[in-house]
Design a protein around this ligand. Sequence first.
Ligand SMILES: [Zn+2]
Length: 283
Amino acid sequence: MSLERANTLLKRAAEQGYGIPAINVFNYESIAWAIEAAEKEDMPIIIQFWPGFSTFIPMAQIVSITRELAEKVKVPVALHMDHSNSYEMAVSGIMSGFPSVMIDGSSRPFEENVKVSADVVRCAHAVGVDVEGELGHVGDGMKEDDLCTDHFTDPDQAEEFVQRTGVDFLAIAVGNGHGDYVRMPQLDFDRIKELRGRLSVPLVMHGGSDIPADQMQHAVRCGMSKFNIATEYERTFHNSMKSYLDHAEPHRYYYDGLQEIKEPCVQFVRSKIRMLNPDNKSK
Ligand SMILES: [Zn+2]
């Protein structure tokens, strides 16, 4: 089927009571295998691309590969551009064909975050593109200071932020962080529940890698919908290729290695899809 809007998938997920993994991709295989995993699980998926990787692969190619592969499967696939840190970057994602973009003004003062997010929303909505904003700041999982409550999303501010910006879904900071974690994260479930109760838009968890399954599933049950997975997927590629190369005979084709690592990568995404559907709801 053709690409679906991320917002449509996330609203359905919230109503049905499951979460959707947003898998960060970086090449053809990382897209194809995530979509194959979704097809095998018969559940929706969000393919997501961080624009910092556009030095390796043009953004428009990510769009065309994902569109083409989505049309070959029966499950809903959405495509989203992760973490634009400026108006210009978000617009370049829209112009490259992303049907959904993030504007991350979370490291700016509140009023500046409102302004840049509202500006992106006005441009994006004019051409039918969804927008993810962020309030509170999801920092680096390796920095203890970034995981402290000072950075958590304030529910009063969040209500005002969503109302003034018009974002379609909101990334929140509730004890999560990007990359590896310096310690086991402890999500603030009371805050998730309060934000879920006060906001009409779907809620997004950045830094979903390495958060224990019981906490991820509790977050789903508290009403979160989009779970970003980057670090663990890339680690699966790296570790699988390393173990292949450690044992591969010399002079084999690189293609052989790609075939060898496909199954663990597909299985990884399948495991995340199942984990985020703790009550076995249907799409
Ligand atoms: Zn993020």
